[in-house]
Design a protein around this ligand. Structure first.
Ligand SMILES: [Ca+2]
Ligand SMILES: [Ca+2]
Length: 180
């Protein structure tokens, strides 16, 4: 029997109040010491959902090397090369939005940029991402990022591991996530 279970039983014996409430904020060392919907943060079990998080847009791999017509992403007579100049965005459906700076002529960008705004993550909150080629006029969309073609919820496992990788076509993108 784990110490967590022992503590839970003790708490339930001591009070008629909900066992869960008694153990949220209980001391912990790792996430597995907490309930499945919690993380261990500063040695306290905290519910994953209902909290504010910082999102990091880390990097992307395997961006499409040619545009949908099979040509280069940029004209040869432009200010930079024909390779795409990618920047990434991450957003929720409540209007919180984050964008990286662009990286010129690079198909395996590493941004490592922290979104300034807080994302309040609820269990039913939905998120999406996209990667664009920064252009003088309308930016080309390199990849529309969702999970299985739709906006997706943040999963407890992602918060526990502190990062998550998502795929669209052959393109993958890595995000970091941390409680604020
Ligand atoms: Ca372009
Ligand atoms: Ca370019």
């Amino acid at each position: 029997m784990s110490s967590k279970t022992t503590a839970l039983i003790a708490a339930c014996l001591l009070t008629a109040a909900g066992c869960k409430e008694d153990t949220t904020n209980s001391s912990c060392v790792e996430h597995e010491d907490c309930f499945d919907d919690e993380i261990c943060q500063s040695h306290r079990c905290q519910l994953v959902y209902g909290q504010q998080y910082t999102i990091m847009i880390e990097s992307a791999r395997y961006l499409p090397t040619s545009n949908p017509d099979g040509g280069f992403w940029d004209p040869l007579d432009g200010d930079d090369g024909q390779e795409p100049d990618p920047y990434a965005v991450f957003y929720d459906l409540d209007g919180t939005f984050c964008s990286t700076s662009r990286i010129t002529d690079y198909a395996t960008p590493t941004w490592g940029q922290r979104c300034p705004g807080a994302f309040t993550v609820e269990e039913d909150s939905l998120y999406g991402w996209s990667i664009y080629d920064d252009d003088d006029g309308t930016d080309d969309e390199l990849m529309a990022g969702t999970a299985d073609g739709e906006e997706f919820p943040i999963q407890v496992e992602w918060v526990r591991s502190g990062q998550f990788d998502l795929q669209a076509g052959n393109t993958s993108i890595t995000f970091g996530i941390a409680p604020r």
